[in-house]
Design a protein around this ligand. Structure first.
Ligand code: MTE
Length: 324
């Protein structure tokens, strides 16, 4: 677990961080009015580490999953939590691990909207109890041609979708991430259109491999990996996996997606891992394996990231060059 010690924090950050925590402390204090004697509100002592409040990892009780990919060794926890894409916390791969301490993951709710029997809001803690949490080791392939192997903890998104009772008019699912200038000031520096949005066709969202994810390595998600809840789609490029989700919308038409909107010729709606369709600026034939010794540092990209037996039928009859 990445806990930043005061000595790791550059002095330039200290003032802003303490100001920020004072503000949070004030807010927590206000919320404490009327809270139970057990101290339901999370008052932060000035001496307490920031992570202890905002991203303390909790151990998860998990069950093994038949959908876990056997025979592959997971990437180290350190690499998974220090080499990230999470533009709300900066554009460099090392930024999210440094900056995502600002993300406040409780209280947290997910709003369900659109073509559903009844629009409602789920609390994250209730959501985590909706179904047993499974450990699933999945290959993780980024469009930038690097890969990892991650032991995620979650359950099939389909279990949650059933609880949302979508109408037959719901053809797509849209995921919207948190957009909060206070906690994520880096969004101001980016030209992307916020909040981060991703989408799936309904049958992709209902596929048993699509994971509603709460943790990795048996612990709640570190903030930089998308706490407290994200989706994971092991046969698609990583940008389809929206992090820190606050809203799920069931819609009739293909929803806007952040990267497709920003560079439509480079990032398609489907973004299935495909060694035969290059990114306009680089090849997808091979991938760099993060954390591997140099003699294993590159490997061939697998069609659908190795999950073709399970997902190829979703795209039967489709031209995967035009629907990239
Ligand atoms: N979700 C949000 N909200 N913001 C982001 O910038 N980046 C995406 C995706 N989900 C992103 C996001 C990209 S480009 C990738 S490759 C994966 O998250 C990275 O997930 P990881 O950092 O856990 O490897």
């Amino acid at each position: 677990m990445l806990i930043r010690k005061p000595s790791d924090i550059p002095s330039s950050e200290i003032t802003s961080k303490s100001d920020y925590m004072n503000r949070r402390q004030f807010m927590a204090g206000a919320a404490a009015v009327g809270a139970s004697a057990l101290g339901a509100a999370r008052l932060v002592s000035p001496h307490q580490s920031v992570n202890a409040d905002t991203s303390a990892s909790a151990k998860l009780t998990t069950v093994p999953s038949p959908l876990s990919t056997a025979g592959i060794t997971p990437t180290s926890f350190k690499d998974i939590t220090t080499y990230n894409n999470f533009y709300e916390f900066g554009t460099d791969k090392s930024d999210p691990a440094k900056n995502a301490w600002r993300l406040k993951t409780r209280p947290w709710t997910i709003a369900i909207e659109g073509n559903v029997k009844e629009e409602k809001t789920f609390d994250i803690d209730a959501l985590m109890k909706l179904h047993p949490i499974e450990e699933r080791i999945y290959r993780h392939r980024c469009v930038e041609a690097w890969s990892m192997v991650i032991p995620w903890d979650g359950y099939s998104l389909s279990e949650f979708i059933k609880a949302c009772k979508p109408l037959s008019t719901a053809k797509y699912v849209q995921f919207l991430s948190l957009e909060d200038i206070g906690e994520e000031p880096w969004i101001r520096e980016s030209s992307l259109h916020w909040p981060y949005s991703e989408g799936l066709r309904m049958d992709e969202a209902m596929h048993p491999l699509t994971l509603l994810t709460f943790g990795l390595y048996g612990q709640t998600l570190p903030n930089q990996d998308g706490a407290p809840v994200r989706v994971v789609l092991p046969w698609k490029y990583g940008f389809k996996s929206a992090k820190s989700i606050v809203k799920i919308r069931f819609v009739e038409n293909q929803p806007r997606t952040t990267w497709n909107e920003s560079a439509p010729k480079e990032y398609g709606f489907y973004s299935n891992v495909n060694p035969n369709v290059d990114h306009p600026r680089w090849s997808q034939k091979t991938e760099r394996v993060i954390g591997a010794p140099f003699w294993k540092a590159s490997q061939p990209t697998l069609m659908f990231n190795g999950y073709g037996d399970q997902v190829a039928s979703l795209y039967k009859g489709m031209d995967l060059r035009t629907n990239f």
